[in-house]
Design a protein around this ligand. Sequence first.
Ligand SMILES: [Mg+2]
Length: 298
Amino acid sequence: MEKFGILNDENREKYRPAFKGTSFFARNMWSLADNQAIVLGTQFCIFAQIFDDLIDSNEPEYGIKIINRAINIFKLGKLEDDPTPLERNLFDIHQNLEIRIGDQHPLMNLFRNSFIDYFDNLIPWQCMKKLEGDMSMNLYYNIRRQNMGMEPTFSLGVLFTMKRLNPDILLDPLWKSLSDYSGKIAALYNDIFSYEKELREKDVRMNSFYFMKTQNNWSDQECFDFMDKELDNCFEQYIIHENLIIQKFIPTLQNKEDEEELYQIVGRFHLILTSIISMYLQKPSYKSQDSIFVELRI
Ligand SMILES: [Mg+2]
């Protein structure tokens, strides 16, 4: 990170603990990948983290500008004449992935497209935060599942690990359901674990634990029961779609190694979800002495 100037004397103290957490997170999530992949994955997570911060703390006009510049790196391989340290880092990730797998490899394009979708979604999410009136779970899910970044994280993971199978199988829409439901699951967990922190920081409008509670005048327990039911639904749908993928593709494979790789790819979302949830449980900013969630008490 020093290489691109992302870490300097002024921000070193601020970012160091977060970077440390991110590198554990990346190592956990891409535990099956080789060393270069883990470095690239960590670089990517750090980029996403700072980029998200920048979007959140600036006006939409600025956000749109830096999003378009980032998209151009992925779409055109173009680095602007006055690149920021963060953009140089992103360009480096893109270039290394291209060298690793090839410019027109389907997995590379899958990653590029999912990345572009993810960044395109950041401003609508920010705009929605500013709107007044009641939120609805449908609208929330629609934007939030993208916002959790499951798709780019998955496609990067597949790019690191898929060696034998034909990438065409990933075009089946069943995979999209896995990414959508795991995005919803990650969002609900984030809302529960970050609820008290966001309440303290008055940044709670888009938190479903909060808006379902206030709109319906529910107690904490009633709200918890609702979240429980939502999570059950999402997990059920997730497992149904996972089984559909296995039933559809396993019989088409010729040998044990291919089957193993398919199970590995299917398992990627599990790995992402468990890494995200264990990160939430360890995040110091989510913890407090009197948290309503026993798991978050210090
Ligand atoms: Mg949150």
